[in-house]
Design a protein around this ligand. Structure first.
Ligand code: PLP
Length: 383
C-alpha cells in the first residue's frame, strides 16, 4: 500500500506543469490554452507501454473502472456476472449498478476464485467473470481463463490489488479480456482517487471509452458540443492532475513492487517457523506484488489474538481480520441481492478460510525493527 509513501518532487513537478503551464484540468479540448499538455492521455500511453496492452482508459476510481468494464460489454438486465466471495464490496456494487446479477463463488487456498466452484456456478445466463487478485497474490488465472474461453464468457481481472504482479511472466490485468486497476490512496500506485481499464478488444474499448464520457464518441469531424453518440453513458473521466500524478507514480511502480517483495520475504523468513502459521498459497508461476502477507492460523480466536498483539506493538493488520465484513460476500446482507440468496450458507468454505486469516500490511519502507516486532507479536499470540 505504498504509492503514498513515495510521493515526492516528481509528482510535484508533474502537477506544476498542469497548474502553471497548461492551466487545463479537463482531459481533452482547450487546445489553444493547454500548450500541448495532455497528462491523462500520456498516462494512458505510458501505462499501455509498461503493461504491454493496446487499449487503455483512465477513469476516476477502481470502482468506476469495474463499472466501465461491464458497460463496455453491452449486457442485458438480469445477465449474471460471477465474482468471488473475498473481494471489496466495490466489485459487487459495480455488477449491481450495471443491472446485472452478482453471483459469488467460493475462494480456494489462494484466497481467490476457486476454479472448481466457478464451474459449478456457470449457467446459460452467465456473461462475465470478475476474478480478483486479492491483496497482491494472483488467482489461478490460467485455469479460470480456460473455463471462461470454453464457455464463451468474458473474463475481467479486478487488479485493484496486484498492480505490477505477474502470472507466468504476464502482468495481472492483461491476461483476461479486460483488466481494471485502482489508484486510491491505499494502492501500489496512487492518484488519490483514480483507476485504469485495459482492454484487449477494440470494440469493448470504444464502448467503454464512450460510456465513461456520457456516450461521447469524440468524433474528430465535429466539435464536442455536436459530437456523435450511439448510447448513453456516465461521467467517469480522469482529470489532468490525476493523470499528472499517475505519470510520476507509474515510474516508481517497479521500485515499489521490488521493495514490497523484499519486505514480504524478509518477514516470511522470520515468521515461517512459528508453530501454527501457514502462508497463503500461490504457485511458483506467480510473481506476487506483495501488497500484504496473509497467514492462516488455527481459528478465528487465534486470528483475533494475533491482531491484538500486533496492535499492541503498533503494527496494524490489513482487511483481515478487522475489515472482514466489508470484504466477504457472506456478510453483505445490507445488499438485497445477497440477503435474498441466503448466500452465507453457500460460502461456508470461504468463511472457514477467511475467519482464521491474518493479513499483515506491507510497505515500501519497513525497517528491521518493525519486522522484528511483527515476529515477536505473532510469537506471543501463538504460544
Ligand atoms: C478488490 C477491489 N476492487 C475494487 C476496489 C475499488 O477501488 P476504488 O477505491 O479505487 O474505487 C477496491 C478498493 O479497495 C478493491 O479492493
Amino acid at each position: 500500500m505504498p504509492g503514498y509513501e513515495v510521493i515526492g518532487k516528481e509528482e510535484n513537478a508533474q502537477c506544476e506543469q498542469v497548474l502553471k503551464k497548461s492551466k487545463t484540468l479537463f482531459r481533452m479540448g482547450f487546445d489553444k490554452i493547454r500548450k500541448g499538455i495532455f497528462k491523462v492521455e500520456e498516462f494512458e500511453k505510458n501505462f499501455s507501454k509498461y503493461f504491454g496492452v493496446k487499449y487503455t482508459l483512465g477513469v476516476t476510481s477502481g470502482t468506476a473502472a469495474l463499472r466501465v468494464a461491464i458497460a463496455s460489454l453491452n449486457l442485458k438486465p438480469g445477465d449474471e456476472i460471477i465474482t468471488q466471495a473475498f473481494t471489496f464490496v466495490a466489485t459487487a456494487e459495480a455488477i449491481i449498478e450495471s443491472n446485472c446479477i452478482p453471483v459469488c463463488a467460493n475462494i480456494d487456498e489462494t484466497l481467490n476464485l476457486d476454479p472448481e466452484d466457478l464451474k459449478k456456478k456457470i449457467n446459460k445466463n452467465t456473461k462475465a467473470v470478475i476474478v480478483v487478485h486479492m491483496l497482491g497474490v494472483p488467482a489461478k488465472i490460467d485455469k479460470i481463463k480456460k473455463i471462461c474461453n470454453k464457455n464463451k464468457i468474458v473474463l475481467i481481472e479486478d487488479t485493484a490489488w496486484g498492480c505490477g504482479g505477474k502470472f507466468k511472466n504476464k502482468f495481472l490485468g492483461t491476461i483476461g479480456d479486460i483488466g481494471t486497476y485502482s489508484f486510491d490512496h491505499a494502492k501500489a500506485i496512487t492518484t488519490g482517487e483514480g483507476g485504469m481499464v485495459v482492454f484487449k478488444s477494440k470494440k469493448y474499448f470504444k464502448n467503454g471509452k464512450a460510456w465513461h464520457d456520457h456516450g461521447h464518441e469524440n468524433n474528430p469531424k465535429y466539435p464536442r458540443w455536436a459530437d456523435t453518440r450511439k448510447s448513453s453513458g456516465f461521467n467517469f473521466r480522469m482529470n489532468e492532475l490525476q493523470g499528472a500524478i499517475g505519470l510520476a507514480q507509474l515510474k516508481k511502480l517497479n521500485f515499489i513492487v521490488r521493495s514490497q517483495r523484499k519486505n514480504y520475504y524478509s518477514i516470511w523468513k522470520k515468521i515461517k517457523n512459528i508453530k501454527g502459521i501457514e502462508e497463503r498459497s500461490y504457485s511458483s508461476k506467480c510473481f506476487i506484488s506483495a501488497d500484504a502477507l496473509i497467514v492462516l492460523v488455527k481459528s478465528k480466536k487465534v486470528a483475533l489474538k494475533c491482531r491484538k498483539y500486533l496492535l499492541r506493538n503498533n503494527i496494524s493488520t490489513k482487511i483481515l481480520p478487522e475489515a472482514y465484513t466489508w470484504h466477504f460476500a457472506g456478510r453483505w446482507s445490507h445488499m438485497s441481492q445477497f440477503k435474498k440468496n441466503n448466500i452465507k450458507k453457500t460460502l461456508k468454505k470461504s468463511e472457514e478460510l477467511l475467519k482464521r486469516a491474518v493479513s499483515i500490511p506491507i510497505f515500501v519502507k519497513m525497517n528491521s525493527g518493525k519486522i522484528l516486532k511483527i515476529k515477536k507479536s505473532l510469537q506471543k499470540a501463538l504460544t
